[in-house]
Design a protein around this ligand. Structure first.
Ligand SMILES: *[C@@H]1O[C@H](CO)[C@@H](O)[C@H](O)[C@H]1NC(C)=O
Ligand SMILES: *[C@@H]1O[C@H](CO)[C@@H](O)[C@H](O)[C@H]1NC(C)=O
Ligand SMILES: *[C@@H]1O[C@H](CO)[C@@H](O)[C@H](O)[C@H]1NC(C)=O
Ligand SMILES: *[C@@H]1O[C@H](CO)[C@@H](O)[C@H](O)[C@H]1NC(C)=O
Ligand SMILES: *[C@@H]1O[C@H](CO)[C@@H](O)[C@H](O)[C@H]1NC(C)=O
Ligand SMILES: *[C@@H]1O[C@H](CO)[C@@H](O)[C@H](O)[C@H]1NC(C)=O
Ligand SMILES: *[C@@H]1O[C@H](CO)[C@@H](O)[C@H](O)[C@H]1NC(C)=O
Length: 687
C-alpha cells in the first residue's frame, strides 16, 4: 500500500487533531481508515463468496453469479456486503475518489435474437433497491423513482432491449445511468481492437465479455470499456463521460449488480469481478473463471459411427414409407412464407413448433375462444417458454402484408400492462399469433359467475390503474397511435403477480384488412361501444376511453356493462350508476362482494371517472393521460355535475333480443357486424 498520508491530506489533518483531542478520536479514525482501505477485492468465480443476494439471484455450484434464473418478469440483485467509502467518511458532500472495476459477464438468451432486459453494474446507498421493478426497469427503479435525484444511484447498464419510454437507442447498448434509466450517455456495443478497427459486439451472443468501469476523481470522468472475452483491455473506451459523481453519491455506498427478465426466460451471469477504490482494479485471472453453460443444441451422439450399417439397411427398407410419411407431414406442417417476410425472420414461428407446443392444438390446451379465434396454451419445444397461441382464421390474403408488418411492429411494444406479442406464423387461411402466457387468465373470471377467488379492492384499483397506463402507452407513448378497439374485462389478463395486462391490441384491424372496403365494420363489444361508433364506425382513442369507462364501472360494480338479468331500467350499467349518482347514492352500485372493504375516496373516484369516460359526447371525455392523472391523484377530478352528464339513453331495440338469446351461453361475445340499420337500432334507438 502507498502511504495514505501523502495521498489524503484531509485525513492527515484529522490525524493531527488527535494530538489535541486525545485517544478515542484517534481510534475512531483508525477504524474508518481500515474500512475505506478494505475496498479492494477480486473474485475469479464466486464459489464460497459472501455476497448479499436478493430476488432470483444465486451463486451456482460451479461458482457463477447467476443474476436471473430463467424466471419471467423477475429480478436479481447481488451486492458486495460491505460499505464502501467513496468519500472521506462522514463527508456527504465531499469529493468522490477515483475507483475502478472490471467484470466478465454472459447473457444466455433462449433465442438468438430475443432476451431478457440486461445487466447493470450499480452503486447504491444500500444493499437493496427498494421498490425496483423487473423488465425494462432492470431491477433499478420503478415508474415513480425513475429520474428521482433522491435515488443516489449510479449504474452502467448493459441493455439488450430497446425501451422507447427511456429513449433507448437500440437493443444492444451500454449506457451510464444516473438516478434514471434514461441514460445520460449510451452507445451501441462495440470495441476498438488494437489495430484501431471498430467491431460490433452482440451482447446476447451467449459468449462471455468483459467490461471495465473507471472513474477519475480529479478529472470527474467515467470511462467504460468493453471487449470480448480473452481480449486485453482496449486502449479506446466505449464511453467516456464527464460528470461530477460527488453530487450524486453519498457516504457510504454499496456496489453490485442488478438484472431483470421480461417475457423471455434468459439467464444473466457474472463470471468474475474485481473492484478497487483509489487504484486500478486487479486483473481477473480469466483461466480460473467458471464456464458459462453451453448454448445451442446438445452434442450429437456416437450412434452414427456405431450403428451406421444397421441404419442404412433400415433406411432402405423404410424409404418408401418414409417418402409417403414425409409428404403427409409436409402437408400437415405446411405454412405460407413469402419473400417479403424474410426481414421478419425473428418474429416468425414455425408452424411445426407451435403444433408441438400445443400438443397438436389439443382441446385440453384450449384456453378459450373469442371473437378473433381460439387460444391455446403451449410450451415451445426448444426454449420451453410458455406461450399462448391464438389461431385466427383468415381467408383473404389481401392486406396481409400490411397486417404482418403491423403485427411485427406491435411485437416491439413493451409495457408491463400489455400482453407481449412474441411473433406470428401464417398458414393457408389461417394466422397464428404467439403471446406471452398469462397464468391467471382473464379478469372477467374473477369478477363474474361465482368466481373461485375474489379480488379485493386494492387489487382491483391496481388493475384499473395498470390498464389505464397500458392504454395510455398505446394512445400516446408508442411511436404510432394504436387504438385498442376492444377494451373489456375479458381482454384484460392477469400475470402471476395479478397485474392487469391488456391483450389483443391492434387486432381489430384484421377485420378491416381483407374486407370489402365499401362495407365498414364495427368492431367491439356491445356495452363498451361508444355511441358515435355506430354512426361513424371510426374507432378513435376517444372510443377506447368510452370502453375503458365501462370497464372501470364493471370492475367496481362487479357487473357486466349490460346485464341481461337486470330490470329494464338497470339493464345498462352506466345508466344505473348514473341514476344512483344523480340521487347522491353512488356507493349503492359497489360490488356487493366487496362489502365495506374498500377505500371510499378511491371507489368514488373510479365510479365518477367511469361516468365521465362514458360521456356520450366524445369531446367531453377525458384523454387517457388525464385518466391516468386522476387515478394517480396527480390531478383533482372535476365535479361530474359540471360536465352535463346524461343517461346514455340506451333502450332495448329489436337487435337486443337476438343478443340476449345468445348472451348467457357465449363466452367473450364479440360483436362484429356491418353497419346496417340493425346495428343502428341495436345501440341508439333512444337517441
Ligand atoms: C456475510 O456478510 C454479512 C454482512 O457483513 C455478514 O453479516 C454475514 O455474517 C457474512 N456471512 C458469512 C457466511 O460470512
Ligand atoms: C429460480 O429461483 C427461484 C427463487 O430462488 C426458484 O423458486 C425457482 O425455482 C428458480 N427457477 C429455476 C428455473 O431455477
Ligand atoms: C417505487 O419505489 C418507492 C421506493 O421504494 C416506493 O415508495 C413506491 O411505492 C414505488 N412506486 C411504485 C409505483 O411501485
Ligand atoms: C425519459 O425519456 C422519456 C422519453 O423520451 C421521457 O418521456 C421521460 O420523461 C424521461 N424520463 C426522465 C425521468 O427523464
Ligand atoms: C455495427 O453496427 C452499426 C449499427 O449499430 C452499423 O451501422 C455498422 O455497419 C456495424 N458495423 C459492422 C462492421 O458490422
Ligand atoms: C478515459 O479515456 C481517455 C481516452 O479516451 C483517457 O485519456 C483517460 O485517461 C481515461 N480515464 C480514465 C479514468 O481511465
Ligand atoms: C463536484 O462536487 C463537489 C461536491 O458536491 C464540489 O465540492 C466540487 O467543487 C465539484 N467539482 C467540480 C469540478 O464541479
Amino acid at each position: 500500500m502507498n502511504n495514505p498520508v501523502r495521498r489524503y491530506p484531509s485525513q492527515l489533518a484529522s490525524i493531527m487533531l488527535h494530538v489535541k483531542l486525545g485517544r478515542p478520536l484517534f481510534l475512531l479514525l483508525l477504524l474508518s481508515f481500515a474500512a475505506s482501505e478494505d475496498s479492494d477485492f477480486t473474485y475469479n468465480g464466486f464459489q464460497g463468496v459472501n455476497l448479499t443476494l436478493d430476488g432470483i439471484a444465486q451463486i451456482t455450484p460451479t461458482g457463477l453469479l447467476m443474476l436471473t434464473n430463467e424466471t419471467k418478469q423477475n429480478q436479481g440483485h447481488a451486492f458486495y456486503p460491505f460499505p464502501i467509502h467513496f468519500k472521506n467518511p462522514g463527508s456527504d458532500d465531499g469529493n468522490v475518489f477515483s475507483f475502478s472495476t472490471t467484470f466478465v459477464f454472459g447473457i444466455i438468451p433462449p433465442y438468438p435474437d430475443l432476451s431478457g432486459h440486461g445487466i447493470a453494474f450499480v452503486i447504491a446507498p444500500s444493499r437493496a433497491l427498494p421498490g425496483a421493478l423487473p423488465s425494462q426497469y432492470i431491477g433499478l427503479f420503478n415508474e415513480s423513482t425513475n429520474g428521482d435525484s433522491n435515488n443516489h444511484v449510479v449504474a452502467v447498464e448493459i441493455d439488450t432491449i430497446q425501451s422507447k419510454e427511456f429513449s433507448d437507442i437500440n437493443d444492444n447498448h451500454v449506457g451510464i445511468d444516473i438516478n434514471s434509466l434514461n441514460s445520460s450517455v449510451s452507445v451501441p456495443a462495440y470495441y476498438t481492437d488494437h489495430n484501431g478497427v471498430g467491431q460490433n459486439l452482440t451482447l446476447i451472443s451467449g459468449k462471455p465479455m468483459q467490461l471495465w468501469i473507471e472513474y477519475n476523481g480529479e478529472e470527474k470522468k467515467i470511462n467504460v470499456t468493453l471487449a470480448p472475452f480473452n481480449v486485453d483491455k482496449p486502449d479506446i473506451p466505449l464511453l467516456s463521460f464527464k460528470t461530477n459523481l460527488s453530487w450524486i453519491m453519498k457516504d457510504p455506498m454499496y456496489v453490485g449488480f442488478s438484472s431483470s427478465t421480461g417475457s423471455v426466460l434468459s439467464s444473466h451471469y457474472v463470471l468474475g469481478w474485481s473492484f478497487n477504490l483509489k487504484g486500478p482494479a486487479k486483473k481477473l485471472t480469466l483461466s480460473q473463471l467458471p464456464k458459462l453453460p453451453r448454448v445451442g443444441p446438445k452434442e450429437k451422439s456416437k450412434f452414427l459411427t456405431i450403428g451406421l450399417p444397421i441404419v442404412i439397411i433400415v433406411f432402405v427398407s423404410t424409404v418408401v414409407y418414409g417418402v409417403q410419411f414425409i409428404v403427409a407431414r409436409k402437408r400437415k406442417f405446411a405454412e405460407l412464407v413469402e419473400d417479403w417476410e424474410m426481414e421478419y425472420g425473428p418474429h416468425r414461428f414455425k408452424y411445426k413448433d407451435l403444433y408441438h407446443a400445443t400438443k397438436g392444438f389439443r382441446d385440453k390446451e384450449l384456453l378459450g375462444s373469442g371473437g378473433f379465434g381460439s387460444v391455446y396454451r403451449g410450451i415451445l419445444p426448444t426454449s420451453k417458454i410458455e406461450v399462448a397461441v391464438k389461431r385466427v382464421s383468415h381467408e383473404s390474403r389481401q392486406g396481409m402484408r400490411e397486417f404482418v408488418a403491423e403485427v411485427v411492429s406491435i411485437g416491439g411494444m413493451r409495457h408491463r400492462n400489455l400482453v407481449q406479442l412474441l411473433g406470428y406464423c401464417r398458414r393457408k387461411g389461417e394466422l397464428l399469433l404467439v403471446y406471452d402466457y398469462m397464468p391467471n387468465g382473464s379478469l372477467d373470471k374473477f369478477l363474474f359467475n361465482q368466481p373461485k377467488c375474489l379480488l379485493n379492492w386494492s387489487q382491483r384499483f391496481r388493475i384499473i390503474k395498470g390498464v389505464a397506463s397500458g392504454l395510455l402507452y398505446l394512445h400516446e407513448e408508442w411511436e404510432m397511435v394504436v387504438v385498442h378497439r376492444d377494451v373489456k374485462s375479458s381482454n384484460v389478463l392477469l400475470d402471476n403477480e395479478m397485474n392487469g395486462r391488456l391483450g389483443d391490441f391492434g387486432l381489430a384491424r384484421l377485420y378491416d384488412h381483407g374486407s370489402d372496403p365499401q362495407t365498414t365494420h364495427v368492431v367491439g363489444t356491445v356495452g363498451y361501444m361508444a355511441p358515435e361508433l355506430t354512426r361513424t364506425s371510426k374507432a378513435t382513442p376517444s372510443t377506447d376511453v368510452f370502453a375503458f369507462g365501462a370497464f372501470m364501472l364493471e370492475v367496481a360494480c362487479g357487473r357486466r356493462p349490460i346485464e341481461p338479468q337486470a330490470s329494464i331500467e338497470d339493464l345498462v350499467l352506466v345508466d344505473w350508476v348514473f341514476s344512483s349518482w344523480s340521487r347522491g347514492t353512488i356507493l349503492e352500485t359497489v360490488d356487493p362482494n366487496l362489502g365495506t372493504d374498500y377505500v371510499v375516496e378511491e371507489m368514488e373516484l373510479v365510479l365518477k371517472l367511469g361516468l365521465m369516460c362514458s360521456h356520450s359526447t366524445p369531446a367531453a371525455r377525458p384523454s387517457m393521460r388525464q385518466v391516468v392523472q386522476f387515478l394517480g391523484g396527480d390531478a383533482p377530478l372535476p365535479d361530474p355535475s359540471s360536465l352535463g352528464l346524461r343517461a346514455t339513453g340506451h333502450v332495448v331495440g329489436e337487435g337486443f333480443d337476438d343478443f340476449f338469446m345468445s348472451y348467457p351461453s357465449s363466452f367473450d361475445k364479440t360483436f362484429t357486424q356491418t353497419q346496417t340499420s340493425a346495428a343502428e337500432s341495436l345501440i341508439s334507438t333512444g337517441r
